[in-house]
Design a protein around this ligand. Structure first.
Ligand code: EPZ
Length: 417
């Protein structure tokens, strides 16, 4: 098992380009199944979670070839409607394939995606919505058997919570349905807009993505197209946390500053100077961060839950006390235990976390607990005195493409062993 070896307290400088968004690539790879012919997906990050979706497409009979950041997928060979547990369990977002397979073949059989490190991750909203679109869903021994012999039909659906995955799943399932689907209380994340842009370029009729009400007029067929995935706003927030924690000044390229609307003001309040222009962001951190005012995770356009852990790592060395409230997932403070091993002073009570900034953290042997928790440990190691070894790197590799190479190009002393 590879580990990361980091010697902290090195200043960062220079420019790094932000990878394509994992959470945009994943729903798009499920949506590709709806289309006939060939799609070319540019700026698609090479991540284990993305590889898991590519393997599902191949299992279903599609051709998928990667060269660098470009994936070429041809769905003409699509010939199955079951996905085995070995492929389903790799990533949560594989549930999106349920609606895609059902929409194309009228039936689907796949295993129930398990929960994960940050919470139970139920899929009740997904299944309720598919039923409203005419799917018959039987769940037996952890396996979902679904059918829609007469195809899926448009309907009015209102989500009890603006779930990102459920919103994306409904868009995917409704595109080829008969009639119109009106989705209210939809999630507004940029990744949902990116999914709709891809599908509309393939011939879909999706209106209002990015707003709370999305209307999908079902069409009879979709044909593949070329699409470039938006930059990953969470990876951008992670690099900002690394700069903030080390008192550095760096430039992030190829990102969309508008996607960081709730993140930038928090770093400015903590004393960072941030300049943005078209697709670049320059962050210059003070020698010592001021504490982050209350960081409360919310659905977009609020502060993103995925950035909570990396920002908390920077807060561990701020000059004062920061407060974090995790409103989205019920178990997303697991990184605090590992940060405490590095000298962080953190108290958690339910969904609230109080971080008392310390003068410094100290290198230690730590284990990642989940994807964004792993990123938090990297940020903490960059500003810690001495050497840190980070284990369970598979978590990090789910969402960050060669993070150690990008950070060492900025001057960090970090290597994979
Ligand atoms: C997506 O997960 C992202 N994953 C997550 O990123 C992200 O944290 C999350 O959205 C919130 O922004 C992908 O896009 C692949 P939700 P998703 O449905 O769709 C509950 C990362 O680190 N819920 O918006 O699963 C759920 O338990 C990952 O990149 C139900 O109760 O998030 C959670 O408490 C982690 N029933 C809340 O809603 C459902 O049917 C929000 O979940 C669905 C969700």
């Amino acid at each position: 098992m590879s580990k990361l070896l980091v010697t902290g307290r090195k200043k960062l400088s220079g420019e790094v380009s932000v990878q394509g968004a994992k959470n945009s690539a994943l729903p798009i790879l499920a949506a590709v199944l709806l289309t006939k012919g060939e799609s070319v997906i540019y700026n698609c990050p090479a991540l284990s979670d993305v590889e898991a979706s590519v393997n599902i497409l191949r299992y279903l009979g599609c051709k998928a070839e990667r060269s660098g950041q470009t994936l070429v997928i041809n769905t003409d060979g699509f010939n199955r409607s079951d996905i085995p547990d070995s492929l389903m369990c790799k990533t949560r977002s594989s549930i999106m394939f349920l609606g895609a397979v059902l929409a194309r073949s009228g039936k689907a059989k796949l295993s129930f995606p398990g929960g994960c490190e940050i919470g139970l991750r139920p899929i009740d909203m997904h299944l309720d919505a598919l039923s409203k679109l005419g799917a018959e869903i039987n769940e037996r021994h952890g396996c979902l058997e679904c059918s829609a012999p007469y195809g899926l039909r448009g309907n009015k659906i209102s989500l009890p919570f603006p779930s990102v995955g459920a919103t994306e799943h409904i868009i995917i399932a409704a595109c080829l349905s008969g009639g119109t689907t009106t989705l209210t209380n939809a999630a507004r994340e940029p990744e949902i807009v990116d999914l709709a842009d891809f599908l509309n370029a393939c011939g879909a009729k999706i209106y209002g993505a990015g707003e709370g009400v999305i209307v999908i007029d079902g069409v009879s067929s979709l044909s593949g197209c070329a699409h470039s995935v938006i930059p990953d706003r969470i990876v951008a927030a992670t690099f900002m946390s690394a700069a903030a924690a080390t008192g550095s000044s760096i430039v992030l390229g190829d990102l969309v500053p508008a996607h960081l609307g709730a993140v930038i003001p928090l770093f400015e309040d903590a004393g960072c100077k941030i300049k943005t222009e078209k697709c670049k962001l320059k962050i210059s951190a003070p020698k010592r961060l001021k504490p982050f005012r209350t960081v409360s995770t919310m659905p977009y356009p609020g502060f993103p839950t995925d950035a909570q852990a990396p920002v908390m790592a920077a807060a561990c060395v701020a000059g004062g006390t920061s407060f974090f409230i995790e409103n989205i997932f019920e178990n997303r403070f697991r990184h605090t235990r590992e940060l405490a091993r590095m000298g962080a002073k953190i108290m958690t009570e339910g969904r609230v976390c109080v971080v008392e900034g310390r003068d410094r953290l100290y290198g230690a042997k730590v284990e990642a607990t989940d994807l964004r928790g792993a990123a938090a440990l990297v940020v903490a190691a960059l500003c810690a005195e001495g050497q840190t070894t980070i284990g369970s790197l598979h978590y990090l590799e789910r969402g960050y493409e060669n993070l150690e190479l990008s950070l060492s190009s900025l001057g960090a002393d970090i290597k994979k062993i």
